[in-house]
Design a protein around this ligand. Structure first.
Ligand code: RAM
Length: 867
């Protein structure tokens, strides 16, 4: 008896809401629910709403299957559905239809100019946000209406007094001179017969506002902000009207008197021209917009979701600071801003300040450097309470100081609105140690805090840049926690574009010339290779590798050129094992591990990845060439840094972690010796961490590779500083930039760079998922799972779940009385190779469904720590 598989509606590329997409031939994926164990897809059939069908295609593929029909034209909408046949003879019904709609695919589709507020209104950078409006008529019943919109600056659009969409800080930040993303909104329901009004508030944002450290820069992309909007109305009778940004738009200043991403926002509600975005408003005193040229070929559709308000938190405690100030504690360090509900006299101003931690009971503002993070609201003085949330700024904070609140402050009137890229959460982890669970939560929160459109280093100080090294080390953890392939695809497109312009991968993307030049640096520039590779492993998207291939090869070629004839990258600037815990607070790059060792190891690693990528893409000559290069660099590494018996020239945790994890040693004897030395080093440090950005993601894996599970767990569960759990014991709710961003006495580390929300050191979450719980990809996209948990550390259980492209996968173990039970869930059309801890050399192959195994298991930690 076969029961029929159930196919979910197909998805397009990596889109959650495929409206206004930029891919004319979007690849299709689908997941299947099937009761039968071991279900494999034998064949599929796709039907498009224009009648195209593939017929039955004998293929097990269900992930990013090529678009089977004619390419979509601009604005074109099509449906797709799928049915599948199992290898067991089962046949499913058609899935529900999914619909996809293309955006404006050709530059010539854009008729809109760039409507720029006139110079008379424009303030200094980070000055007032300006209002733009235009009336228009709707002359017949509307069938559908789409708004295609973006800006030089950040914007919020309104139609007839209602905000369009729920994007925050649109259009986000990309390398604007290469790619400016527009959004497509379905605004059919916002239009009405007769007179209509479209309006926008436009702030400087990343385009013109201040960005960067050491004072930063303004006017980076231009000195004039502008709105680019195209409203296309299709009437029921088939005719169309298009309303675009042109000289008919009129501009004025509004209630936002200053808006800066770093410094905050000032809003004087008395200055709001009531009804300004509605028909009938008299804009005679407003000034006409200038129409500036813009570059339609730069306009691209997004590949991922926008930043949104994802969650709202209430204060958990009201504190009084040392000067009697009122401080709200939201219990969680977040990126976002406050929403207040306030009533009081007209002209009264409430001031809100933000900080991640307290020092001596007061807001610790020094770590924010030149980011004032200060919002001010001046009341209109209405009879009703007034609600306000700044719209053109963002803060990283857990605490907020509220000054000059009129009357008694009810904490319920202040909420923290958490804002970040609205990605789909896909992975979870849980175990018997509450501190490790909190560590994992902190990693998730740091990802949320730092995926504010692009992957940033931190969300609070005058920085918030797309540092390549940070996402390079964090990408595996990120790809497990959230479906971030879409957002990172966009960021990688910027990386490629900047790289092509600059001749190197800059240390952060988008690149802003805050430093003298974009010098190539190992582990940072290597993001060009490693991030696409990780995304391929996790999402199965080979197309992304194909797209990034020129960037990947260009990076490895560039580094090969830098090494001269000896394959050692031992000259020029390096960040190295950044923030080695032994580095002095004011010298974060002064690591114990030689920069040249780190750089050469990465060079060997990324040459090998490029060789593997070339082979996958069928570039055989490249595959051979890069494999040879990887070998040669590996040999050079050994010559320079490894003794014949397997000791390393740098006797550091990071050096051994690199050599072991990146397979840079020669044979089992060297590996065994290196492993023993690493164990000794960790023990000599009392099982405290000795790695910076480079060694941290690798050290636990390195220890497990050599069988030193107990040492890996001792390091992982260490609570003394420096360690992963030390910040947890200090009440951290996110991952800190430094192992000791807060010192044991509660004071803030005196270093210049002291963020409390940096995900890089949280890269260890990937180890929790893959090794502690045991859920790893054995084939790209988790088509094949590797379930090889390594229990230890006195944990009595650990589990991980993941929404893979094939459906939900789970791995979880629990132990008691010398026995261990392992539960594995494999999604349909996937397989798993399972290893039981007691039998590390005996792989067990299983198909889809739930599987439970038991084996004998004793944790050495039990003997050491009597309970
Ligand atoms: C700091 C950043 C980032 C790091 C660079 C090298 O300013 O915060 O985390 O990658 O320096």
């Amino acid at each position: 008896m076969t029961s029929s598989p159930h196919v979910h509606a197909p998805t397009f590329e990596h889109h959650l809401h495929p409206l206004g997409i930029g891919e004319p031939a979007p690849r299709l994926s689908w997941a299947v629910t099937a009761d039968l164990p071991g279900w494999r897809q034998q064949a599929y059939e796709i039907e498009l709403s224009d009648g195209t069908t593939t017929g039955r295609v004998e293929s097990g593929e269900s992930l990013l299957v090529p678009w089977p029909g004619a390419e979509l034209g601009s604005r074109e909408r099509r449906g797709a559905r799928v049915r599948v046949y199992g290898a067991d003879g089962s046949a499913g019904d058609w899935s529900p239809w999914s619909h996809v709609e293309a955006g404006l695919l050709r530059p010539s589709d854009w008729q809109a100019g760039a409507a720029a507020p006139p110079l008379d209104l424009l303030g200094v950078p980070d000055g007032p946000a300006l209002l733009l409006r235009r009336d228009f008529a709707v002359r017949a019943p509307v069938e559908r209406a789409r708004l295609y919109v973006t800006a030089h600056g950040t914007y919020e659009v309104e139609l007839n007094g209602r905000v369009v969409g729920d994007d925050v800080l649109a259009p986000g930040w990309s390398s604007y001179h290469h790619r400016l993303r527009y959004r497509t909104h379905d605004v059919t329901d916002l239009l009405r017969a007769g007179g209509n009004t479209i309006g926008a508030t436009l702030a400087d944002g990343w385009y013109r506002g201040r960005l960067g450290f050491m004072g930063g820069k303004t006017d980076i992309y231009g000195d004039r902000t502008a709105l680019i909007a195209q409203l296309e109305i299709t009437y029921a009778d088939g005719t169309t009207d298009t309303v675009v940004t042109d000289g008919a738009w009129r501009c004025a200043s509004g209630p936002v008197t200053a808006a800066s991403l770093y410094d905050g926002e000032r809003h004087d509600a008395r200055l709001l021209p009531r009804g300004w975005s509605q028909p009938g408003f008299d804009d005679a005193s407003w000034l006409p917009a200038d129409v500036l040229r813009h570059d339609p070929p730069l306009l691209v559709a997004p590949t991922g979701p926008p930043v949104r308000r994802v969650e709202t938190l209430s204060p958990v405690e009201v504190l009084t600071g040392p000067s009697g100030e009122t401080i709200l504690d939201f219990g969680q360090n977040v990126s976002g801003r406050l929403r207040i509900r306030v009533q009081g006299p007209a002209g009264h101003t409430v001031t809100l300040r933000h900080a991640e931690v307290l020092e001596g009971g007061a807001l610790a503002l020094r770590p924010l450097r030149h980011a004032a993070a200060l919002d001010q609201y001046t009341l209109r003085g209405d009879a009703e309470p007034e609600e306000w949330e700044p719209r053109f700024t963002m803060h990283g904070f857990r605490y907020a100081q509220v000054d000059d609140w009129p009357g008694e402050l009810d904490p319920a009137d202040v909420q923290a609105v958490v804002c970040h890229t609205d990605m789909r959460p896909i992975g979870t982890f849980d175990c018997s140690d509450p501190l490790l669970n909190r560590l994992h939560d902190n990693v998730r929160w740091s990802m949320r805090g730092n995926f504010v459109d692009l992957p940033t280093d931190c969300p609070q100080r005058d920085e918030r840049l797309g540092w390549t090294g940070d996402i390079q080390v964090f990408a595996p953890a990120a790809a497990f926690l959230y479906d971030c392939t879409g957002p990172l695809t966009s960021w990688l497109a910027d990386l490629s574009a900047e790289q092509a312009e600059l001749g190197t991968v800059p240390p952060y993307v988008p690149w802003v010339s805050l430093m003298s030049s974009a010098a190539p640096a190992a582990a940072w520039g290597d993001a060009a290779v490693i991030v696409p590779w990780v995304l391929y492993q996790r999402s199965g998207d080979l197309g992304l590798l194909r797209t990034q291939y020129p960037s990947m090869t260009a990076w490895v070629d560039e580094v090969a050129g830098l090494t001269g004839g000896n394959h050692l990258w031992d000259e020029g600037f390096q960040f190295g094992d950044w923030l080695d815990p032994a580095a002095p607070p004011d010298k974060p790059g002064k690591a114990r591990t030689d920069h040249a060792l780190v750089a050469t190891a990465y060079h060997a690693w990324t040459a090998r990845i490029v060789a593997d990528t070339a082979a996958l893409l069928g570039h055989d000559a490249d595959a051979a060439r890069y494999a040879e290069l990887a070998e040669a660099v590996g040999a050079a590494f050994r010559r320079e840094f490894v003794t014949p018996s397997g000791r390393l020239a740098c006797d550091t945790q990071t050096a051994y972690a690199l050599a072991l994890c990146l397979d840079l040693l020669d044979g089992p004897e060297q590996r065994e010796r290196a492993g023993r030395r690493l164990v000794e080093l960790v023990a000599a440090d009392d099982h405290r961490i000795g790695t910076g950005f480079v060694g941290t993601p690798l050290i636990c894996d390195a220890l497990c590779l050599v069988g030193a599970y107990d040492t890996a767990y001792a390091l992982l569960t260490q609570r003394n500083c420096p360690s992963w759990l030390y910040p947890v014991t200090m009440g951290a709710t996110t991952i800190w930039e430094r192992w000791d961003s807060m010192l044991p006495d509660g004071t803030v580390n005196p270093g210049e760079m002291t963020s409390f929300n940096h995900y890089a050191l949280g890269a260890v979450a990937d180890f929790l998922h893959r090794t502690v719980a045991g859920l790893a990809p054995a084939a790209p996209g988790y088509r094949e799972l590797l379930v090889r948990p390594c229990p230890g550390g006195g944990l009595s259980r650990a589990s991980a779940t993941l929404e893979t492209p094939f459906g939900r996968a789970e791995a979880g173990w629990e132990r008691a009385g010398g026995r261990l039970e392992l539960r594995v869930v494999v999604p349909p059309n996937a397989t798993a190779t399972v290893y039981l801890p007691a039998e590390p050399a005996r792989p067990i192959a299983v198909g889809s469904g739930e599987h439970v195994f038991t084996c004998a298991f004793r944790d050495p930690a039990d003997e050491e720590r009597p309970s």
